[in-house]
Design a protein around this ligand. Structure first.
Ligand code: PA5
Length: 443
């Protein structure tokens, strides 16, 4: 067993950050980090009204956790599939955990995260005749994408079953979804006022679908609380989240523009999607911030890998690796050995994957891409609870060090304003008002 796991099932290997990020540079960030930490915990930072996620053990009262478990168990018993309708922070946390951990991730399907007629049409066909539970999630209760999906797909649940099988997770006091759910007599769960969408994975927003998928929400929350306890001090050399925040800040100030999250495990794909939203929406403002992007290796080593190795030197990489617990699958011996693979006969596939990671991180470092690796001891609910919290608090501190409000997302409104004009939404101008003349080049 690796000996670098001490109090947490997460560890950071920073060797290949050098020489771009050296220990003394991290130490040099101590005052900045202490100031950001103080502003966050004293509630004096920008966006302080949205720090309800800071104490993961206090997000949900014990009776609310019990109600979520009960609802999830009942729905799981009485239905084949849960349809989660939501977008952004109202769906990515649940999807990230479910795709990574569920025995049968296909038991939960998603809508409202796009406006594709094709996607919705195929989903309707796929779900027809199945016993469906719907968890519609929207803090504002008015977001266009999930509202359209809910209107189109809610008939998958018959009128007689709607009260029991449709569950709404939304604001406690306001919004169209709250009214609809109240009028229909559906079960409701709350998106807390003091938690923004992308920080809501460990609230009812994420927890209900996660519990439906059969994942231990107790372990998830315990992992998050253990991480919170370890991240309570301000020293970046002992607080892993603050180390990560300091390293990102140093890289950014030295001309790195992109942080690429790279994993060698397809079931971590949506962890990276969740992480992209967390950091992109929190930091990308005032023309600042590392652009968070993600790759799935080794798949993308045969496409984007070329750019990473030899393109513009504006990328830093963060590998996300699982150390233990992968299934045993060995490469068989072949008598004729026509493919020349017998040198690997008897080797575990996971061992080969591990060597691919070791080779990639070294080649990229040698090619001028500073990189670090976040190791998960094992892919389980405890580790992922810790990881979620690790990224949340790192993101808050990183955003504050950057001088932005990590908890708002004013830029998201720009496309909505233009879209509502084009759609002719009442009160948002005349239809098509803001359209500019398109310039087609016909061939
Ligand atoms: O992180 C955020 O705040 C956003 O991604 C929201 O979660 C997303 O826009 C969906 O909003 P709502 O939950 O109000 O439908």
């Amino acid at each position: 067993m690796a000996d670098y796991f001490n109090k947490l099932p997460i560890a950071i290997d920073a060797a290949y950050l050098e020489p771009n990020v050296m220990q003394e540079m991290i130490e040099g960030k101590r005052d900045e980090i202490a100031a950001a930490d103080n502003a966050l915990r004293s509630g004096t930072c920008p966006g302080a009204e949205f720090i309800g996620w800071l104490k993961p053990g206090e997000i949900l009262a014990p009776d609310e956790i019990a109600r979520i478990k009960l609802t999830a168990a009942k729905l799981a018993h009485e239905t084949d599939i849960m349809l989660v309708i939501g977008i952004g922070g109202s769906y990515l946390g649940a999807r990230a955990i479910i795709e990574a951990l569920a025995k049968d991730p296909g038991k939960v399907v998603y809508a409202g995260q796009n406006i594709s007629a094709d996607y919705l049409t195929k989903l309707k066909v796929q779900l027809k005749g199945k016993r469906i539970a719907i968890n519609v999630i929207s803090k504002s209760g008015t977001t266009t994408e999930p509202a359209i999906a809910f209107r189109i797909l809610k008939d998958l649940v018959s009128d007689e079953l709607a009260t029991e099988m449709i569950v709404a997770t939304t604001d406690v006091n306001k919004g169209a979804l709250l009214k609809m759910a109240t009028d229909a007599g559906c079960e409701k769960f709350v998106v807390p006022d003091d938690i923004g969408g992308r920080f809501s994975a460990l609230s009812a927003v994420g927890i209900l679908p996660i519990a439906y998928a059969g994942i231990s929400i107790d372990s998830l929350l315990q992992g998050a609380s253990a991480c919170a306890a370890l991240c309570a001090n301000t020293d970046p050399l002992t607080n892993p989240a603050y180390f990560y925040a300091a390293a990102r800040n140093i890289l950014y100030n030295n001309g790195i523009a992109i942080e690429l999250m790279a994993s060698f495990e397809p079931r971590l794909h949506f962890i990276a999607e969740w992480w992209k939203q967390l950091f992109g929406e929190s930091e990308g403002k005032n023309h600042k911030g590392l652009f968070p992007a993600a790759v799935d290796y080794t798949t993308d080593l045969h496409s984007l890998g070329q750019y990473v190795q030899e393109g513009r030197r504006i990328i830093a990489e963060t590998f996300l690796m699982i150390d233990e617990g992968e299934p045993s699958l060995t490469i068989p011996v072949s008598e004729k050995n026509i493919d020349g693979l017998n040198y690997l006969a008897g080797r575990e596939v996971s061992w080969v994957n591990q060597k691919a990671y070791e080779a990639t991180s070294k080649a990229h470092r040698d090619g001028g891409v500073p990189n670090m690796t976040i190791h998960l001891k094992k892919l389980d609910a405890t580790a992922l609870g810790a990881l979620i919290y690790f990224f949340e608090i790192a993101c808050a501190i990183s955003g504050l060090m950057l001088g932005v409000n990590p908890f708002d997302q004013p830029g998201v409104e720009a496309y909505k304003k233009e879209m509502f004009n084009l759609l002719g939404k009442p009160g948002c101008g005349e239809a098509g008002e803001s359209a500019i003349e398109r310039k087609f080049i016909s061939f």
